[in-house]
Design a protein around this ligand. Structure first.
Ligand code: UDP
Ligand code: MG
Length: 322
């Protein structure tokens, strides 16, 4: 049988407690896959942790020859950390997993089976979310629906970063070097054969979520501005609508003055109109600003991340796991 290579890519920030628990599960699953002709590797990325996550990772690497480690020079955020990880996958397919055990590694064989059927992008679809409050669930639900409406790129609903990418999907993703990385959108953009695997999103093994509601809101803005210019168009239509109403109103005011004379009244209406138009203009300016700011960031062409330490797995690419 053809042997295939699969790297489990895990970005972690302050996950010292969860990582050993996760690694035990991942290692068990990879052991099981060897008989299926799949050589597993694990790549842990330390995204600027402050709680000894790096030491924990080094411990895991010294106990398991399949483990590669990557440490970024500071916290770059999950999306950049994942990009760094995927850039360092030398060969074969990659599967992305959260470090906190919310994406169950036990499903990896199912993902691999789909990959072997010829799918390039096998993504987990959250059917149920355990241990997350109603507000997070409701906002996440709304976000995916709004995104779907606004964006021309297909972005599957309720899909996180839990996914397997075939070598060619991985190569495609590597070509997308934009700084504002809305990964869900990027995955959608590359296309190829895609299939969803429904799963139950479990509660965290340990520690707490790194994404507050405010961060999630910014994340949503990121998604919308990276994959849609609908807000700019909306500003155009609001402007057109306001101009139309203003025109009708002007005709009315002028004819009233012509027929009945003008006794300089209407201060309340004037204030209302001025304030309303001022507000609309500021909102539209803000929208333009969002896009302009991103253009500015993009134009600087800085690298997406900096590597502090890179330790490839001792087993390398071609040999079998010990
Ligand atoms: N993460 C990261 N860098 C960050 C924030 C988070 O690498 O700046 C990792 C984190 O360690 C975890 C994953 O991203 O493996 C998902 O984070 P978290 O569980 O906090 O998010 P949630 O599951 O609540 O959406
Ligand atoms: Mg989590």
């Amino acid at each position: 049988m053809n042997r295939e290579l699969l790297t489990v890519v895990v970005a972690a920030r302050d996950e010292a407690e969860a990582l050993p628990l996760l690694h035990r599960r991942v290692a068990g699953v990879l052991d099981g896959l060897v008989a299926d002709g799949v050589d597993g590797r694990v790549l842990y990325i330390d995204d600027g942790s402050r709680d000894g996550t790096w030491e924990v990772m080094r411990g895991l690497a010294s106990g398991d020859r399949r483990v590669a480690l990557l440490r970024l020079s500071r916290n770059f955020g999950k999306e950049a950390a994942l990009t760094a990880g995927l850039d360092h996958v030398e060969a074969g397919a990659a599967i992305i997993l959260d470090a906190d055990g919310q994406d169950p590694p036990e499903l990896i064989p199912q993902f691999v089976a789909k990959w072997r059927e010829g799918y390039d992008d096998v993504h987990g679809m959250r059917e149920q979310r355990d241990g997350e409050g109603w507000l997070k669930r409701a906002t996440a639900h709304a976000f995916y629906r709004v995104m779907q409406r606004l964006s021309k790129t297909p972005i599957p609903t309720d899909t996180g970063d839990f996914r397997l990418l075939s070598p060619r999907a991985l190569a495609a993703l590597r070509q997308l070097r934009e700084r504002h990385r809305f990964m869900k959108g990027l995955f959608g953009w590359i296309g190829y054969n895609r299939v969803a695997i429904p799963y139950r999103r479990e509660a965290r093994l340990a520690g707490s979520s790194k994404f507050s509601l405010w961060k999630l809101w910014n994340f949503a803005l990121e998604g919308i501005t990276s994959f849609s210019t609908a807000p700019l168009r909306l500003a155009t239509y609001v402007g057109l609508g306001a101009a139309l109403v203003a025109f009708v109103y002007a005709v009315w005011i002028v004819s009233k003055a012509l027929f009945f004379g003008d006794r300089v009244a209407g201060w309340p209406t004037m204030m209302t109109v001025i304030l309303f138009l001022g507000g609309v203009q500021l909102v539209a300016l803000g929208m333009i600003g969002e896009y302009l700011g991103r253009l500015y960031e993009e134009s600087k062409q800085r690298p997406l991340y900096l590597v502090d330490d890179w330790r490839p797995a001792p087993t390398g690419v071609s040999s079998l796991p010990s």
